[in-house]
Design a protein around this ligand. Sequence first.
Ligand SMILES: [Zn+2]
Length: 584
Amino acid sequence: MTKFYEVRKRDGAARIGQLQLSEVTQTPLMLTVEHAEELKELIAADSNFNDLVSDETWNAPRGAVLLPEVHPLYTKNEAHRSADFFVLAFASNMLNSPRDFVHRVINARNTIPPDVALWVPAIATAENAALLFYLGVDIIDNLNAVIKGYQGIYQMEEGELSLSELEDLPCNCSVCSSMSIDELREKEDRAQLIAKHNGLLLAKEVKKVTARIRAGNLREYVEMRARASTFLTAVLRIMDFKEEKYFELRTPVARKQSMNANTMESLKRIEVKRFANRVIERYEPPVRQILLLLPCSARKPYSKSQSHKKFIDAIGAYRGCIHELILTSPLGVVPRELEVVYPAAFYDIPVTGYWDLEEREWVSSCLRAYLKRNSVNYELIVAHFSGAYKDICSSVADDLGIEIRYTCEEDENATSRKALDRLRAEIAALGSESQLGFEQKASVIRAISDYQFGIGAGRELVTQREGERIKIRGKFPLYKLSVDGEVIARIVPEYGSLALSITGAHRISNMLASYTVEIGDFVPKGSVLAPGVVNANEQIRVNDEVIFCGAKAFGVGRAKMSGWEMVESRRGAAVQVRAVEGTK
Ligand SMILES: [Zn+2]
């Protein structure tokens, strides 16, 4: 029987997969000694690392485990055969330095195909397991837990102590809850008992990580876990600083879950950097007389918050001549038109009124980049800021030599009656009364479309062509764009993205080259599977809106893996089909 591995769900580089041993097993997986016998039977390849790189090896029949020559179960037999999982040799070297910890895994991952599971043997602890899986490891084992147990070392989620150093057993597992520490010390089989506790703790951690991957918020858990150790904090920082590309290739463009930015490391998240880049590279502000800078709100999208309702009310009659831009950490600047996209409508931060230096520096750099590019397009810039917002804004304005009018007094609450009256008066003196109507909704769909597909896609989608009737219906943010009564695109607030119909996809297909998946000679139902993908653009990320086309079909759907992964994988769903039509 062919054994195999298939990735079912991704959260960045971390995956949930199915590995077929004697029965179907889920990864992240902790192998135990009991698995060893079974693995012996699976071993069918030797593992000269160079052989792994050749296509010939990977196109061989699948189903084998690949072990390094140093592994005790390693056997030299038969010809080379392909593998469903790869074992990282000399994994203990990873513990030499945080740099090695990161690079050994990433180098292995970059060498083996994405649909091969990666086993990092003998080093996993409850403390480091989350970071291992976050890096892209699929399989660990309880070897370290057992060895440490026999050395009398009691492991905890935040480190380890020898049994003699402990005063109590800070755990509720079946071992620790059945006896006191004094009883444990007296036991003849205490080595096995500590080993059992260590193993149970590690198994629990694997379950917690799996739940996090499923929920799409492993990153937040990793930021928390890394805190317990300077080594692991260094690991996380090296990942963020040195391995941006590796994680960028694997990070979804949208999620259904909120993103909690609780630490300084959150500023370095791919989602944050990607958003900031796209506001500069994929966003064209609408032509308006006044730029109004506003503070962010805890509630998202901002315009649903009490504070923003008050701001909007204050500028009401003049809104048509105003472009609104929200200053926020960690995203930098969020144009009003993009407030529903991921992660703008999905992030949460601890609000204290205090911004530390790194945060100020990052947000300032985003505002500076925006103003540098766009400030000439406005006649006036007004900022309804006080406190740290005002500090950031005025230092950026000074840098660039731009004049900004402020409508809050020092330390004044931006939603106070006085501040709002001042904002209203300032805008009334500077602007002309104008309402937006259709243009307000159109600017949102245009901006989201550009944000997703690149500049120009929005104009192509929303601009009325001769003989057409374009309408946008629905209450914010559930806008639906229709042409002659047929809905061609709609905002999906669950992902903060725009979904196209077949007609909508045809309308802008010339703008979608970067989001096209070429498929084989078939009409897909439900999903396009990876083996059916002939080619896919490398820009595609998980949850991107994509079109697919082949000799027999054209359709739209949501990417379930990155474009490069669609090309390199031989298993798994590549695109979830929303609509498909046959072509001749
Ligand atoms: Zn325990």
